[in-house]
Design a protein. Structure first.
Length: 73
C-alpha cells in the first residue's frame, strides 16, 4: 500500500513541476504504458504507466532541447 501511495505522489509531483509540453508527454506515455501493462498481466498497469511517463518525459525533453539548439543557430 505504501509503495502505491509513494508512486502516486512521485507521479503527481513530476507532472506538476514539469513544463506543459513535458507534462503532456508524461500523460500520453502514462496512458499508453498503463494500457500496455494491463494487457501484460495483473498488477503491471501501474508499473507500465510509470515507465511510460518517464520514457515520454525523456522523449519530449530531448525534442525541446533539439528545438532550442536549432533556434539558437
Amino acid at each position: 500500500m505504501f509503495r502505491k501511495i509513494a508512486l502516486v505522489v512521485v507521479l503527481v509531483a513530476g507532472t506538476t513541476t514539469a513544463t506543459p509540453v513535458l507534462a503532456k508527454g508524461c500523460i500520453r506515455g502514462a496512458i499508453v504504458g498503463g494500457i500496455a501493462g494491463h494487457y501484460v498481466g495483473r498488477g503491471h498497469a501501474l508499473a507500465g504507466a510509470a515507465a511510460g511517463c518517464v520514457i515520454a518525459h525523456h522523449h519530449y525533453a530531448q525534442q525541446a532541447k533539439a528545438r532550442k539548439a536549432a533556434a539558437q543557430r
